[in-house]
Design a protein around this ligand. Structure first.
Ligand SMILES: *[C@@H]1O[C@H](CO)[C@@H](O)[C@H](O)[C@H]1NC(C)=O
Ligand SMILES: *[C@@H]1O[C@H](CO)[C@@H](O)[C@H](O)[C@H]1NC(C)=O
Ligand SMILES: *[C@@H]1O[C@H](CO)[C@@H](O)[C@H](O)[C@H]1NC(C)=O
Ligand SMILES: *[C@@H]1O[C@H](CO)[C@@H](O)[C@H](O)[C@H]1NC(C)=O
Ligand SMILES: *[C@@H]1O[C@H](CO)[C@@H](O)[C@H](O)[C@H]1NC(C)=O
Ligand SMILES: [Cu+2]
Length: 228
C-alpha cells in the first residue's frame, strides 16, 4: 500500500483539492495550497465574494484529486483567518477521488450577523492543504443545487481521527472546552480517541484495503492520463 502510494505520488502531486461551494477565495494556486491558513491566498473582505453561510446547515462541495484524504471544516470570525478557529464538523476520511458534497454543515448560531471565514483543510498524500471561503453567517438552512452537490461514483466517507488536523482548531477551553462544536452531528467528535466510527450522515467506509488499493490504481491511471 505504502509502496503503491509512493509510486503514484508524482502523477498525483498536482491534483490536490478545490472547494466549489461556498466559493473559495482565489486566485487558486496549487503550488501554494499547502500554505496555512488559506492556501497562499490573502483574504480581503472588501473585494472577495462573500457569500451567505446558513448556520442551520450549508452544503460544502469539494473536489478531491487524491484517492484518499481526511477533511477538517472550521470557521473563524478573525477576518485574517489567522486565529480562533472553531471546528464545525467531525474530521472524516474521504475514500475515492472526485466530487464530495456534505449537504448540511452547521455553524454556531452565535455567529449570525457576523462575517467570517470557512476554512477547509485536507490531509492527504502530500500533506496539509488549505482553502478558505469568505462568508456572512446568517440564520436558517441553506439551499443547495442537487446538480453540483454530489458525490462521485464510488466515493465513501467515515469519521476519523487525525492528529495533524486536530491541532488546527482552538484549544481555548472557554470557547470549545477542549472538544469540538460539531453541531451537524449528534454525538461524534474528532476529539474522540476512537477512529472511523459510523455516524448519521456518513456511511462507514467500504472495507478498507481492497477498495483503497483499487481507488489508488484508478486515480493513478486517471492522474497519469490527465498529465500526458
Ligand atoms: C459569488 O459566488 C456565487 C456563488 O458561487 C456566484 O453565484 C456569484 O456569481 C459570485 N459573485 C461574484 C461577483 O463572483
Ligand atoms: C473566537 O470565536 C468564538 C466562537 O466563534 C467567539 O465567540 C469569540 O468572540 C472569538 N474570539 C475572538 C477574540 O475573536
Ligand atoms: C430555499 O428554497 C425554497 C424553495 O425554493 C425557498 O422557499 C426558500 O426560501 C429557500 N431558502 C433559502 C434560505 O434560500
Ligand atoms: C456524500 O457521501 C456522504 C457520506 O456517505 C453523505 O453523508 C452525503 O450525504 C453524500 N452527499 C450527497 C450529495 O449525496
Ligand atoms: C467543560 O468540560 C468539563 C468536563 O467535561 C465540564 O465539567 C465543564 O462544565 C465544561 N465547561 C463548559 C464551559 O462547558
Ligand atoms: Cu495534491
Amino acid at each position: 500500500m505504502a509502496l503503491l502510494k509512493l509510486l503514484l505520488l508524482p502523477a498525483l502531486a498536482t491534483a490536490h483539492f478545490t472547494i466549489s461551494a461556498p466559493p473559495s477565495v482565489g486566485p487558486f494556486d496549487e503550488d501554494t495550497e499547502g500554505t496555512s491558513p488559506c492556501g497562499g491566498v490573502t483574504l480581503d473582505f472588501t473585494k472577495d465574494n462573500v457569500t451567505d453561510f446558513h448556520v442551520g446547515g450549508e452544503a460544502i462541495e469539494l473536489f478531491l484529486g487524491h484517492p484518499q484524504a481526511n477533511w477538517l471544516f472550521r470557521t473563524t470570525t478573525d477576518l485574517t483567518a489567522s486565529s480562533n478557529w472553531t471546528q464545525i464538523y467531525p474530521i472524516f476520511t474521504q475514500t475515492g477521488t472526485g466530487d464530495y458534497c456534505q449537504e448540511a454543515v452547521a455553524a454556531p448560531a452565535s455567529l449570525v450577523g457576523q462575517q467570517g471565514v470557512l476554512g477547509v483543510v485536507c490531509d492527504g498524500p502530500d500533506g496539509l492543504l488549505y482553502q478558505c471561503a469568505a462568508v456572512n453567517f446568517v440564520a436558517g438552512s441553506g439551499n443547495y443545487s442537487t446538480s453540483s452537490c454530489k458525490n462521485a461514483t464510488g466515493v465513501s466517507a467515515a469519521f476519523a481521527s487525525d492528529s495533524s488536523l486536530t491541532p488546527l482548531v482552538s484549544t481555548d477551553a472557554s470557547q470549545t472546552n477542549g472538544t469540538t462544536t460539531a453541531s451537524a452531528s449528534s454525538s461524534s467528535s474528532a476529539s474522540s480517541s476512537s477512529s472511523a466510527s459510523a455516524a448519521p450522515g456518513l456511511a462507514p467506509s467500504m472495507n478498507g484495503l481492497v477498495g483503497s488499493i483499487a481507488a489508488v490504481f484508478v486515480a493513478g491511471l486517471l492522474g497519469t492520463g490527465l498529465m500526458l
